[in-house]
Each structure stands twice: as C-alpha cells, then as structure tokens.
Design a protein around this ligand. Sequence first.
Ligand code: GDP
Length: 527
Amino acid sequence: MSTIEQEIKKRRTFGIIAHPDAGKTTLTEKLLLFGGAISTAGAVKSNKIDTATKSDWMEIEKQRGISVATSVMGFEYQGMKINLLDTPGHQDFAEDTYRTLTAVDSVVMVIDCVKGVEQQTEKLMEVCRMRNTPVICFINKLDREGRDPYDLLDEIEDKLAINVRPLTWPIGMGKTFKGVYNLFSKNLLLFKPSKQQLSAEGVEVKDLSDSILEEYTGDTLANQLREDVELIEGVYPEFDKTEYLNGQVAPVFFGSAVNSFGVKEMLDTFINIAPEPKGRETEEQAVEPTDKDFSGFVFKIHANMDPKHRNRIAFVRICSGKFERGNSYLNVRHEKKFRFSNATAFMAQDKETIDEAFPGDIVGLYDTGNLKIGDTLSQNNIGLFKGIPSFSPEIFREVINKDAMKTKQLDKGLNQLMDEGVAQLFTFEMGARKVVGVVGNLQFEVIQHRLKNEYGASCTFSPMNLYKACWISSKDKKKLDEFVKSKYRHIAKDKDGKLVFMAETKAWLQMVQDNFPDIEFHFTSEY
Ligand code: GDP
C-alpha cells in the first residue's frame, strides 16, 4: 500500500450538527477528551465565544450566545486521525453549515432527549439526504427526565425520514441513569459520572445474565435492560454497515455528554463504521482520494480573524493526492497557479503549521483575496468541484451607503464578505442597486457591524419587497435574451455575474414561470 493509501485509511472526517443547545459543544469536548487532545473539560470554548480571536464581530456572537463560525478540530484516536468539523446551530447561519457539510464524509447529529427532533435538526437532515451522507444520532441528556427512548426512535424515523437502529441502550433515565449497554460490542461499561475528567473507574459486564448487573444497577433496572435488549434485537434488523454508509439507516446512541456517558461507546463504534475519505466530482471528472495528483476545494473563508492583520484563511478540504506546503497549485477558476507557503492544520485548540496533508484533511491557507468559496485547487486542470451551491435567499434588503467618502471601502468590504459567504449580493441591471440576500435577519447585523469595524464603511439596509431570487437559464439563448429584455427591471446579477430573476411574490413568480416555459428557474446557484 502506498503512503497515501495508508494515510487515507487512517482518516475520518465528520461534521457535528444539532439544533442549538442540544449539547454539540459538550459532546465535541468529550470526544476530544477521549482522543487525549485535551486533558480537562472546559478547555474547548464553544465556538460561541472565542477569547483568542476576539474581534468585534465575535462580540456580537458573544452577546447573542450563538455560534457564527465553523471550526475544525483534529485529533487522534486508536491510530485514526479524526477531523471534526463543528457547525453553527443557529438557523440564520444555516448556509455556513450547509457548506461545511460538503466537506465531510459523515455526520453525527445530536438530539436532546427532552426536546426530541427539533426544527433545525429536520432541515439539517434534508441536507444530509441530498448527498446521502451517513448519519449517526447521539441522543443526549439522558440524565434528565426525557422522552421514552422508543418514542424518540419513532420520532426520528418519522420526522427525519430515515430508518434507525439503536446501537446502545440506556439503563434508566434522569436520576436513575446509570449508563448505556453497548448493543454493537455486546458489553457494558458502567462509569461514575464526571463533568470534568474521564473516570477510569468502571466495571465491565460481558454477559447480561451475570448477576453482577444487579449489583450495579439494582434489580429493577437490570431486568428492564434484559427485557429491552431482547425486544430491540427482536424488533430491529441487525445493523447493516452498508445501509449506514449509503445513508439508509442511522445508528443511534444514547448518553449524557456532560457526564461522559455513552460517548466512548459512540466513538469506538464510529471508528469501526464511519466512512474513509470519499471521492468527489468535478464538472469534468470523478476524483478519487487515491488519485496521484493533489486536489481540494474551498468550503469556507474566514477573514479578519485578527483585526490587526488583514489576512484571511481559506479552509480547504483535500480530495485527492498529497498537499505539500510551498508547492504551487492551480486555482481552476483563475486558471492561474498560486504558491501556498503558509498552511495550517487545525488541532484540538490550536493551529499549527503543516508541511503535508492528505485526503480528508482540512488545511487552512492564508490568502490575500484570491480564493473564494467553491474554488478548486489542483495540480492540473480537472474542472471545478461540484456540490457547493448557493441557496436562494429569503430576505432581501437594499444597501444604502451612509458615507459617500467611503464608497470604495463599502464596495471592497461587501465583496470580501460575500466571498466569505456571509450573504449574497445581487446587483440590479437597472440603476446598479445593490441588494443583499440572506437566510436570517441576524446576518444583516453581522454585515453592518463588520463593514464598520473592518472596513470603516457605514451603511444601512432598506427593506425590499421581494419573494425570491432565482437563477435563470435557457437552452435557447435568444429566448433568454428576450426574457431579460422584457423583465429588465427585475433582472440582477449575482457576484459571479450569473443572471438572476428577482421575483416579488410567489404568485407572480408562478405566473412568469408559466408564461415563459423556455426559461429555467433555479433555486440554487448550482445547475
Ligand atoms: P450546543 O448549543 O449544542 O453547542 O450545546 P452546549 O454543548 O453548549 O450545551 C447546551 C447546554 O446543555 C449547556 O448548558 C450544557 O451544559 C447542557 N448539557 C450538555 N450535555 C448535557 C447532558 O448530557 N445533560 C444535561 N443535563 N445537560 C447537558
């Protein structure tokens, strides 16, 4: 096996997603503790607050207690190199999450056992389904009086439209919660709860009929567990790894992240079943991780992390070959080679300079403005990687410049923030009015704040009566030209110069669609 093949076999790159407050940050921290990447809880700051990079816009998040950014954490566990990508849970920043999901090979979804499947969980699942991303569910907070485990499983199947297969089962719940039985490896590890450290003390039960179980859990819970296990093994078909890898069945784990219960069981199984780095497709060809030549794509850009240094970091997911620092790689969009002498890997809490990286890895490249979200970097021209769409936004406001002396700064700031994917900018053909489209209102505040603090530009936003921005195309160029001409007042261009139809109401859009059957209307920019 070549070095690259060995490195690929070792890697697992996954995203962790949840409705806010389900316990994503807590679970992340426990995974890092088990991986030995940190030694005490509390070391991982939620990406809600980040003291090391406390630029002003972080202050916004802090006040609101939401996470805006996505962070990457690498750690090792049982000889595997695991890359964990955290995502913002807040729905106003959903696009950031969607893009991050293009960079992972599988997903762990955290669900609160008291609240069950929440709104954001459903939306995130839809995105996973679009790509058949394998999903593992972690049902959290079993130390609380939550819903009945069987009900929760039914709800997941129902609301998330995926089959489930429990691989652990809770022993008790709330005050009586003792731990979980591992249905996958058929053993039981009883821990002492601990919020700070991982307790090494525990007892292993290999055989459920062993009376040692009673000693630890009491008669009622021991009997209940035996009954439950029998029932589950009878009702659910045996776990099928291939079905999981195809996104058809989600293995389910129960636990309490804050008490470190059920986390190791999930991690050990994850190592066993989660997919290796997968290939990706470009507009021109399929790219396999084992392909000799390096390739990767930019799924996130983080600018001005440190207000003193105007640098940006582009997050690149490596798809094939070996990345080597100092080499020049082709930016397929520019058709130009760039040299990347400053590359970082993301470890549990730090960034560190790296010399090489392999498929599945995420590298951070310092960039002065040449890279955009969706860009492909490669040794040779392989076309652009597919699958990084912009979604049609739902809320629109016109940008009003408040300081004519700072027009340049405003334009520059807007362009850079759009490159980062903070929102989408549409410029009307008529009058060059600039309109920002977002998924959630909070994005406007972030934009306004950052324009002021990072670029010295002032703007306000004026509400617009728009229903949707749809990208338009047609097989018949003449028909498209005619359409653009007849709807001139409603035509804009996105930041890449693609034509967009700005529809004012749903009914009107429907009417226009009916009247112009040769025009295709798209709700993502990828078509
Ligand atoms: P996130 O928004 O999904 O990242 O959620 P956090 O990890 O910040 O957790 C939200 C809240 O739930 C915090 O107050 C955590 O301490 C709490 N929490 C996390 N895991 C558990 C758990 O297993 N049991 C209980 N009772 N609370 C938990």
